[in-house]
Design a binder for this molecule. Structure first.
Ligand code: 4GW
Ligand code: MN
Length: 360
């Protein structure tokens, strides 16, 4: 029936008519066998090409809308016998992931965090002369930090006038928090715990979901995204990633609340990079501040100040995610083979100029 219809149809149906005629011609005694086979092959090829073109066209042309509508994403299947990195430790004995380049798919993570409409606060202290670091810090963060997500920069300072205005895109804002300064630099560093704790309790919990608490004398030089976010995270100090327990510069005097015996400890965490949910950061900073105050009362100051107390906290409240030294690097340590990215790097500072007594 179709054949009849096609035969009587003019140009538009010519191909189908030809196809069906060819199929039919298999029974035709006059049909040349080779010709018949070639036509069959040709038809198959056309079908295959059309099929793949049709299948792939919407993926390439409407990839984004498909992602949105069908929550679909194309990526390589994880391979059970092919870990993405075999040169570094990717999980702790308490099953917290250690974040290295190549160990995660940022598209999957971004989709998850966008679904939750996550807001991230980044706290930074620019007290006294350290306001000079703010410009580079924010400019590089705008390029690399949590790109595409909602971000609040919380800048704690005693010199609000020294902080220039930044034009930030929608969803990102700068909040200047004026706070009192302290005479001693050790106190400036340690009081960060108290100030973060207080603001977490007063306002951060209303404005953001996660907090990232970092040093200001730094620049972003590669992407830092939602892969770092977890209940509570710490960062491996770039000077101690391969050190023995005994050489970690933990507080070793029993008189201090930050004391850690030589046969304990997992990593040496950096004081200048931790974070988590607002609630977890509240718990962490509250713990450290109270410990700092107890030490003060007992006339002892931990060897590396707030960093010593942070290390004590993480020993008994294990982080749920750990950032590799990619997230906190100092070029004075060179560029070892395992370090595929340097995402957040110390800005060299002229200690005399930035820290001299008259400036404080
Ligand atoms: C010595 O004279 C000083 S001043 C040591 C730290 C100082 C300081 C630190 C300061 O005058 N103002 C200030 O805002 N800070 C904050 O504490 C700033 O956010 C800085 O990144 C953080 C830790 O100090 P740091 O970066 O100098 O510490 P390191 O050298 O261990 O990264
Ligand atoms: Mn620093």
């Amino acid at each position: 029936m179709l054949l009849n219809k096609c035969s009587s149809t003019r140009e538009p149906m010519e191909t189908s008519a030809w196809v069906l005629t060819s199929l039919d011609s298999r029974t035709d005694k006059n049909c040349n066998g080779k010709k018949c086979l070639l036509s069959m092959l040709f038809i198959n090829a056309v079908f295959i090409i059309v099929f793949f073109w049709y299948e792939n066209k919407p993926i390439r042309w409407h990839y984004e809308s498909r992602l949105r509508c069908r929550q679909e994403m194309l990526y390589d299947k994880p391979q059970i016998f092919k870990p993405p990195r075999s040169d570094v430790l990717m999980v702790t004995p308490w099953l917290a992931p250690i974040i290295w380049n190549g160990s995660y798919n940022i598209d999957i993570l971004n989709a998850q965090f966008h679904q939750r409409n996550v807001r991230v606060g980044i706290t930074v202290f620019a007290m006294k002369k350290y306001t000079v670091f703010i410009k580079t810090f924010i400019e590089t963060a705008e390029q690399f930090f949590m790109v595409g997500h909602k971000v609040n920069y919380y800048v704690f300072t005693d010199r609000a006038d020294d902080i220039s205005n930044f034009t930030l895109p929608e969803g990102r804002q700068l909040v200047i928090l004026e706070v009192p300064s302290y005479k001693q630099w050790q106190e400036v560093s340690m009081r960060r715990m108290e100030m973060i704790r207080d603001k977490a309790n007063q306002r951060f919990y209303k404005e953001v979901d996660y907090l990232v608490c970092v040093d200001v004398d730094m620049r972003f030089s590669d992407f830092v995204g939602v892969e770092i976010l977890s209940d509570v995270f710490g960062t491996i100090h770039p000077g101690f990633y391969n050190a023995q327990r005994g050489s970690f510069t933990y507080e070793r005097r029993q008189k201090s609340t930050a004391y850690i015996p030589t046969d304990e400890g997992d990593f040496y965490y950096a004081g200048g990079y931790f974070g988590g949910t607002v609630e977890e950061v509240y718990k962490l900073t509250n713990f450290c501040h109270k410990a700092i105050m107890t030490d003060k009362h007992n006339s002892i100051e931990a060897i590396w100040h707030d960093e010593s107390h942070l290390n004590k906290y993480f020993l008994y409240h294990k982080p749920t995610r750990i950032l590799s030294p990619e997230y906190l690097w100092d070029n004075n340590f060179g560029v070892p083979q395992f370090l595929k990215r340097r995402r957040f790097v110390a800005v060299p500072k002229n200690h005399n100029e930035i820290r001299n007594k008259r400036a404080l």
